[in-house]
Design a protein around this ligand. Structure first.
Ligand SMILES: *[C@@H]1O[C@H](CO)[C@@H](O)[C@H](O)[C@H]1NC(C)=O
Ligand SMILES: *[C@@H]1O[C@H](CO)[C@@H](O)[C@H](O)[C@H]1NC(C)=O
Length: 432
């Protein structure tokens, strides 16, 4: 497991900066040791824009002492401290490293932990050591105040807000089957700031197993909201569990749920997917909406009809008014299951499984969803999926379109997530 060392030499407002720096660099050389080992990243923090890349005249000669380490030493600076830490994250990701040994002073640790929480995930293993304890600052180093810690968070957000999009503008797919009294869309990979190959660029989900951090994902969501007309706090995503629980938004939320239904305006409900299907449901007569996240397990457990039933039960929707849209998801061309699991799809309808005799039959989770919805009473002509050819398609295969969609089966551990989102427009008449 690749490891790097992060040395924090940031020491703002120190009246004896060069003394401190000198003592800390000497200390570092004994602490870290010399010779072939992990690369060392030295954080110097904020620089004026004109000097963004270079250590100052005070620092340069002292940093020369780092040559004694005889290692790869990289100096991290930036137009803000957040910019410098972000360039560190990029370097860590480039090396595919996960273990980060942090050498800092005690008081600075709290600040570095804010960066860790916002810009990294549990995928990274930070180990803090107070390497500078024996090289204390002669002018003293007070602990960071709450205000200073909060300012770090704000500085991170501001920095990310100014980053250019990694790949083009945000592109949103829309279904022509959804009435214009709703606003909706399916996101694609374009227009965000996520830079890791499999996550570029509009990844909308951060998890402890992936490299995209909460701050980066929040920034992607903010950009999506700007484009689609909502504020991040209005957005609600399910706490997915690959089961069939549905949250009726006016009631208490279950511990986990893959579906959400509501008749409220002012909220945006969304379903994630990265092969799994984001499903959108609308009832333009009663103005009720639902979303669901459906992978193969949720499909078998009936999450699609469970969401529709919640619209009927709690908001009086008529089944014949419900429109269902199946978003970008893995097609039967690219999705296989073991024989036992495939047999459960076969039991629903023979057309849901291809190559039945093969050890890994191909499974069509979209067709299965259509079959189950039709059996539940949704009209066949109200379902927008890949069998609909007279409208622009929204049910594209995620695995087949690497430039446009994320795919878990294709991309592995660090896969990104796209979403389907839906909202009731305020005070607009529905045409349907
Ligand atoms: C450094 O000084 C400035 C101006 O007095 C102050 O705003 C800032 O919070 C100080 N930084 C630290 C880390 O003490
Ligand atoms: C939403 O549904 C509830 C429960 O059926 C109902 O009391 C309320 O009037 C509905 N609100 C709107 C805006 O339709």
């Amino acid at each position: 497991m690749a490891k790097v060392i992060l040395v924090d030499l940031v020491h703002p407002n120190c009246s004896q900066y060069s003394l401190c720096l000198d003592a800390r660099i000497s200390r570092l050389c004994t602490f870290v040791g010399t010779g072939a080992g992990e690369p060392v990243y030295v954080l110097l923090g904020q620089r004026a824009a004109s000097a963004a890349e270079s250590p100052s005249a005070t620092e340069a000669p002292l940093l020369e002492n780092l040559r004694r380490l005889n290692r790869h030493v990289h100096v991290l600076t930036g137009s803000s401290e957040a910019a410098a830490v972000y360039s560190f994250k990029r370097a860590v990701d480039q090396l595919d490293a996960t273990v980060i040994d942090v050498v800092s002073s005690g008081p600075r640790q709290a600040g570095l932990r804010v960066y860790q929480e916002r810009l990294f995930t549990a995928r990274y293993n930070f180990q803090y050591s107070r390497g500078f304890e024996s090289a204390p600052c002669p002018s003293g180093e007070p602990p960071l105040t709450c205000t200073q810690l909060a300012a770090i968070g704000e500085q991170i957000d501001t920095f990310l807000q100014h980053l250019p999009a990694v790949k083009g503008d945000i592109t949103i797919l829309k279904s022509s089957m959804i009435s214009d009294c709703f606003s909706h869309g399916f996101t694609t990979r374009k227009g965000g700031i996520s830079y890791i190959n499999t996550l570029t660029s509009l990844n909308l989900f951060s998890s402890c197993r992936r490299r995209d951090s909460p701050a980066e994902v929040s920034e992607n969501l903010r950009r999506l909201g700007l484009r689609a007309g909502f504020l991040p706090h209005q957005l609600h995503l399910p706490k997915v569990n690959h089961a069939s629980d549905v949250w009726v938004m006016s009631k208490a939320a279950p511990d986990s749920y893959d579906g959400i239904v509501t008749n409220q305006t002012g909220v945006v409900i969304a379903a994630p997917g990265a092969d799994c299907m984001p499903l959108l449901f609308t009832d333009p007569v009663r103005k009720v909406i639902g979303v669901a996240h459906a992978g193969w397990k949720g499909t078998l457990l009936g999450i699609a009809m469970a969401t529709v039933k919640a619209m009927v039960l709690h908001f009086g929707s008529e089944l014949t008014n419900v429109v269902a849209v199946i978003g970008p998801s893995v097609g039967p061309c690219c999705f296989t299951l073991d024989q036992d699991s495939a047999r459960q799809f076969l039991a629903i309808h023979p057309a849901c499984v291809r190559d039945v005799e093969s050890p890994r039959p191909r499974v069509d989770i979209r067709l299965t969803t259509r079959v189950l919805l039709e059996r539940g009473g949704v009209l066949p002509q109200h379902i927008h999926d890949d069998s609909v050819t007279n409208r622009p398609s929204v049910t594209l295969c995620t695995a087949c379109h690497p430039d446009t969609f994320y795919s878990h089966v294709r991309d592995g551990l660090d896969f990104g997530t796209q979403i389907g989102f839906l909202q009731i427009r305020e005070s607009s008449e529905c045409s349907y």
